[in-house]
Design a protein around this ligand. Structure first.
Ligand code: AMP
Length: 448
């Protein structure tokens, strides 16, 4: 099938052609004709399937006739995160370049004033995160009774983020006669209920996860200690042992994103954090630099990275194994895109076993076990064996360029020293106290 058969007009077809797409993806082939007819669509599809174009292309076509009125957007797209909203806006710019559609992006972290000005001029397409949209609504800056096309994207992620009450409220502010296009990667009960309440006789389209996700990604897990310092060290060894062009490192908590990114930087890696508490401008800048290759390693939380379209990521590292098995699939879906090969490694400590079991059940596959160089499963230290040598390995003098492997605790070291928290005397790092005493140099020998 080609794009010409879907019912799109010449301007949109030209833009699609310029984007280099020759064939519609399955969700595009099925959703576009129905959306053009004005039907409601329920798309069960995740990022990477081409779902964004499956709603932006027919929207551009349908909105090309008619004009926007002040503060009354003609269409509304809800996205769970600022990054996704910005990404959809980019799609509109690409595909709508031959049309004169006006667009506004209402996301947190950007000044209200600029956004209000745009709304005052009238917009054809409003792309928003739920919180910021409701802020504008409550200030009387936007009315939703002119919305003809309403898109809810990544509904299951909205559910995870607690946005469902906001979405229900927003939905009720739009006219009953609107067209609704609804997308979700999974269909939990709450989402099912939403679709029954808000969609009218929808065309249901379900597309399989992009086959490329698991088939072209080499996946493995490595047992690591749970003590954060040792876990970070294990990650560094793992990264060094792989040919990493660029990679995303996932943490389960925002706090750990920040700590890990800082630690990697301190150890000379080209890494930057991406999490929801960062200023919007910084997040966009970081993402841009990662895409351009100026940043090699992006340390991210699930929410920040969800759905991001970053082509050609060579590696994904799960610093923390995700507690929701679904997130594992989303995370590794960041690599091996569009048929390219990719590698995904997960660090697992003993208490994570139940999450690993759930993941293997979901993907119906047993993951390969590997050991990290110098960190055999048997001698993987655990929290109870926290040693002073390990401490020194983390905090020891930077100038000593000891290879990672050589810095491992020596198996030959006496047991007592291995469990003692005091500095080990006589193994090289100890400085005798008399050398640390302040001394006055005679003037003639001053170093200044
Ligand atoms: P999405 O699922 O919307 O995030 O799209 C994933 C990626 O696929 C994006 O980089 C799109 O630019 C790309 N894409 C969308 N439609 C097509 C198509 N028909 N052919 C090739 N690539 C596409």
């Amino acid at each position: 099938m080609t794009f010409d058969e879907l019912g799109l007009g010449p301007n949109v077809l030209q833009a699609v052609n310029d984007a280099g797409y020759t064939h519609p993806t399955p969700i595009q082939a099925q959703a576009i004709p129905s959306a053009l007819e004005g039907r409601d669509v329920l798309g069960i599809a995740q990022t990477g399937t081409g779902k964004t174009a499956s709603f932006t292309l027919p929207m551009i076509e349908r909105l090309s006739k008619g004009r926007a009125r002040a503060r009354m957007p003609r269409s509304l797209i809800l996205e769970p995160t600022r990054e996704l909203a910005a990404q959809v806006a980019e799609n509109f710019e690409t595909y709508g370049k031959n049309q004169k559609l006006s667009m506004a992006l209402l996301i947190g972290g950007v000044s209200f004033e600029e956004q209000t000005k745009k709304l005052d001029r009238g917009v054809d397409v409003l792309i928003a995160t739920p919180g910021r949209l409701l802020d504008h609504f409550e200030r009387g800056k936007v009315m939703l009774n002119g919305v003809q096309i309403f898109v809810i994207d990544e509904a299951d992620r909205m559910l995870d983020m607690g946005f469902i009450p906001d979405i229900e409220r927003i939905c009720k502010l739009t006219p009953f006669t609107r067209q609704t296009l609804f997308f979700s990667a999974t269909m939990p009960k709450e989402i099912q209920r939403l679709t029954e309440a808000f969609l009218q006789n929808p065309v249901r389209i379900e597309v399989a996860r992009p086959a490329s996700t698991t088939e072209t990604v080499t996946q493995a897990v490595a047992q690591v200690p749970s003590l954060p310092k040792l876990k970070r060290e294990a990650l560094r060894s793992l990264i060094k042992s792989k040919d990493v062009k660029n990679g995303i490192i996932f943490c389960n908590r925002k706090r750990d994103v920040a700590i890990l990114a800082r630690s990697l930087e301190k150890h000379g890696f080209n890494a930057a954090p991406l999490h929801g508490d960062l200023d919007q401008n910084i997040r966009m800048k970081t993402l841009g630099e990662f895409r351009d290759g100026a940043i090699q390693l992006l340390v991210a939380s699930d929410v920040a990275a969800r759905g991001l379209d970053i082509p050609d990521v060579s590696h994904v590292f799960n610093y923390d194994i995700p507690t929701h098995a679904e997130d594992y699939v989303h995370r590794i879906g960041r690599t091996g895109r569009a048929g390219r090969s990719g590698e995904a490694y997960s660090l697992v400590s003993k208490q994570d076993t139940k999450y690993l079991v759930a993941i293997e059940e979901l993907i119906n596959k047993s993951l390969n076990r590997i050991t990290i160089d110098g960190l055999g499963e048997d001698d993987a230290p655990t929290q109870s064996r926290k040693s002073s040598t390990a401490k020194k390995r983390e905090t020891g003098p930077k100038s000593r360029k000891t290879p990672e492997k050589a810095k491992r605790p020596s198996k030959a070291a006496p047991k007592k020293q291995d469990t003692d928290d005091k500095p080990v005397v006589g193994l090289g790092d100890h400085v005798p106290a008399f050398l640390l005493r302040p001394t006055k140099l005679p003037k003639s020998r001053s170093l200044a």
